[in-house]
Design a protein. Sequence first.
Length: 681
Amino acid sequence: MAHNPNEFTVRGACPHDCPDTCALVTTVVDGKAVRVAGNPAHRHTDGALCTKVSRYPERTHHPERILAPLRRTGPKGSGRFEPIGWDEALDDIAARLKDIAARNPQAIVPYSYAGTMGQVQSEGMAARFFNRLGASFLDRTICAAAGGEALVHTLGGKLGMKVEHFAEAKLILIWGSNSIASNLHFWRLAQQAKRDGARLVCIDPRRSETADKCHEHIALRPGTDAALALALMHELIRNDWLDHDYIARHTLGWEQLRERALQWPPERAAEVCGIPVEQIERLARDYGTTKPAAIRLNYGMQRVRGGGNAVRAIACLPALTGAWRHRAGGLLLSASGHFPVDRAALHRPDLLAGRTPRTINMVTIGDDLLRESSPAFGPKIEALIVYNSNPVAVAPESPKVVAGFAREDLFTVVLEHFMTDTADHADIVLPATTQLEHWDIHTSYGHTDVLLNRPAIAPVGQARPNTEVFRQLARRMGFDEPCFADDDETLCRQTFGDRVDFQQLLDQGFATLPVPEAPFAEGGFPTPSGKCEFFSARLAAQGLDGLPDHVPNHEPAGSDPRHPLAMISPPARNFLNSSFVNVKSLRDIEGEPLLEISAADAAPRGIADGDLVRVFNQRGSYRCTARLSTRAREGVVNGLGIWWRKLGLDGSNVNELTSQKLTDLGRAPVFYDCLVQVEKG
C-alpha cells in the first residue's frame, strides 16, 4: 500500500491530572488527528495509554466542540448563546474588565485548575495577565494542597521515591489510591513486583478495582488513616522493628513522636478505623520486617478534615524503619518538587509592582460569590475568568456555587472545549484549543521526566490557545510590557531556562531529570533541619500541633443520627474529574450516575439493586441509581463522580452534598468528609 504523504506523527504529552503524565504519539491524516498512542520510547509510558486518553481524537473532533466565541442570549444556566466574532468578544471582555478594574481590580477573580497540567497553557500567560491587572489571587487547593503541605512539613517538599523502583519492592502499600484507574503505569510496576513475590496491600474505604487485585484490602473508615498510621508506629516501637541509626542521624522529634504513637495501641485504632485488630498487627509486622517496603500514597485519603495530619503520619513511617536506605523503599505521593520550574520567569510576579491582592480559595467559591463587600472580605466579586476548570460541577456544595454563578450582576467569561455546566452560566464563552492543537511543556507528579507537547493539528474551528486569549486581552487592556509578546515556544523555553536541555525535548519529546536513585538514603531532607521532621517547628510556630495526630472528621461517623452514612465520591473509572463525561463512548461504559451501597445498609432501607435513591443531608439532595455492591463497606456509600449536573437526574450531581469546610493543613477541600442519609426514590 502506498504511503499517504499527508500522514505523519507528532510527539506530545498527556495534559490531564494524573501522576503518569504520558508521552503521546499522535497520527495525523489530511490534517485530522486519527489516533493517539503512548510513545514506546518513553520508559514510563512504554506505549500504553489509559482508556480515556486513547479516545482523545474523539474528544478533539467531537461534534459538540465549541468552534466560535459565544455570547449569552438567555438566562444564566439556560445554555442559550449566539456566535460572535473574536474581536467583538475580546473588545467586550476588555471593556468590562477595565470598568471593574478602575474601581478595584481585586473584584476580578481568575478561576482555574488542572484541565491542563501544562505549565504554559495553565498559568503561563494567564498569570502574567492577572498579575499586571492586580486581580485577586486564587488559592488553587481543590486537589492536592493538604497532602502537599504535609510533605513540605515532613520531608521538606513534594519529593519521594522514583516510581520505577516500586518494581523491586517486596511490600507495597497502596494507600488512598485506585491505581488501576488513576495511576495505570505505576500499577504495571506493582504487578511486576507482585510477579516477583512482593505482597500488595490496598488501604481504602472502597473495595476498588485495585483492591480486588491486591493480596489484602484494609477497608478503614474515611478520615481514619492517621489513626492507622499511629497504630503501625506503636507496633514498630513495641516490637523494635526500628532502624535506630537512621532515626538518630536523620530524623527530628523522635522522642515526642514515640510518646504520641504509644498512645495508639491497635485496639484503639481498630475501634476508630472500623477494622480488625489482627489486620493492623499483621500490617505492622509486614511493614516492619519486609525490606524493601514502599508506600504509594495518593490524594484520596487527604480529602477529609485531618488529611494533612494523616499524610504527615504516613510520611514518617519510612524513616522509622530506615526504608529510605533502599531505592525500592520509602514513599511517593508527589514527585513534582523535583522539577526546577522557573516560576518567576514564567509568571512574572514583578508585574504586581508591589501590590498584594487578596486571596480567594477556590474551594469556597460558592460562599465567596454570594458575599457582599466588607473590610474583612474586600470587594464583592464582579467578574470571573474561568479556564481549565468546571467549578459548577466540581466545586463543593454546588447549590451555593450555582446560586453564585447565576448572579446577573456577575460578569463571567469561560474558556472551554464544550458547553459544560459552568459554560452554561457564562456571559461569554471562548473556544479553547485541546492538547493536540497547541505548544506546552509538562512536569509530572508521578515520575521525574519533563515532556514537551507540540501541536499535531491546526486549531479546530476558531479555537485559540489560552495563551493567545490572554495576549490579546493584555493588548486591549493597554499592557505593553514585552513579556506579553512572548510566543508559546518561547514560554516553553522559559519554563526551565537552561536547567533542562530544550534541544533534547525537541529531538525526543522528553528529558529525564538527574534525581538520586535513593534520594534520602543518607538523609539530606530539604527541611530546615535537613532531617525528616517528625516534629515541625514551623507548624508549631503557626499555633498548630508540631506532631502528626489523628484529627477526627468535621462530620465523624455516628455523630449525626439523621445522616448515619459516610459518603465518599471517588471518580468513576472512565472519567477524570468532570473531563471526558461528554465523550459518549466513555459515558456509555459508565452508564449512569451510581451510588454504591452495601447490602447491609440497603436492606433496612428497602433498597434493591437498580432502584432510584435519594441521597441527602442538610446541604442538599441528589438522586441516582443504587448499586448494591461489595465495593461499599458497611456504613459508607460511594457516590461515583463527577458527572456533569445536566447529565444527571434533576440536573444535579454528588457535589450537592459535599461541604466547603477545609482541611487541617493546606486549606483544601473535604470531599470525603460527608455524612448523608439514603432513601428509596
